[in-house]
Design a protein around this ligand. Structure first.
Ligand code: RB5
Length: 164
C-alpha cells in the first residue's frame, strides 16, 4: 500500500512544501498538508508539534518537516515520544536514517538545500526499509528508554556486563 505522508513547515519552508506536495502526490503517495498555510511568520516548534501529533495519532506513516535550516523543527520533533526525526541534507544520510535509525520523520532545511536534492532525499527516504539486525533494534529500544526514563538501568546493566 502506498505510504501516507504528513508534511508540515514553518514560513521558511512554506513555498517548497507546496512543491513537495505536488511531487510526492504525482508519485502516488497520499500526502496531507499539516500547515503552515501561508508565508506569514510562524513558530517552528508549534508547527512541528501539529504534524508530530497527527503522526503519533496514526494519521500517517511518515512525516516531513521543513524550516529554514531544518534544525529547529527537528529539535522540536524529537521532543515527542515515539518520534525519530532525522535532519537530512544528503542522500546517504537519508538512507542511513531509515536503515539504522528507523526514522519516521524526515527534516530538511529550505535555506540549505534546493528542491531537486529534496526530491532525491525523499525518493531515498521513502523507498528504504529499516534494517532488523539486533543491534539496530537494541539501539532503537535504548532511544525509547531515554524517553521513558529507564536508560540509567540499561547503562547500569551494561556496566555490570563489562565488569565480568
Ligand atoms: C526562521 O527564521 C528560522 O529560524 C527557522 O525556519 C529555522 O531555521 C529554525 O531552526
Amino acid at each position: 500500500m502506498m505510504k501516507r505522508i504528513l508534511i508540515g513547515s514553518d514560513h521558511a519552508g512554506f513555498a517548497v512544501k507546496g512543491k513537495l506536495i505536488g511531487y510526492l502526490s504525482s508519485k502516488g503517495y497520499s500526502v496531507t498538508d499539516c500547515g503552515t498555510y501561508s508565508s506569514e511568520s510562524c513558530d517552528y516548534p508549534l508547527e512541528a508539534h501539529k504534524t508530530c501529533k497527527r503522526l503519533l495519532d496514526g494519521e500517517g506513516d511518515f512525516a516531513i518537516l521543513i524550516c529554514g535550516t531544518g534544525i529547529g523543527i527537528s529539535i522540536a520533533a524529537n521532543k515527542h515520544r515515539g518520534i525519530r526525526a532525522a535532519l537530512c541534507g544528503d542522500i546517504f544520510s537519508a538512507e542511513m536514517a531509515r536503515q539504522h535509525n528507523d526514522a519516521n520523520v524526515l527534516c530538511m532545511g529550505a535555506r540549505v538545500i534546493g528542491f531537486d536534492l529534496m526530491k532525491d532525499i525523499c525518493d531515498t527516504f521513502f523507498t528504504t526499509e529499516a534494517l532488523t539486525e539486533p543491534r539496530h533494534i537494541r539501539r532503537q529500544q535504548e532511544l525509547a528508554a531515554i524517553e521513558n526514563g529507564t536508560a540509567d538501568e540499561l547503562c547500569a546493566a551494561q556496566d555490570t556486563e563489562e565488569n565480568v
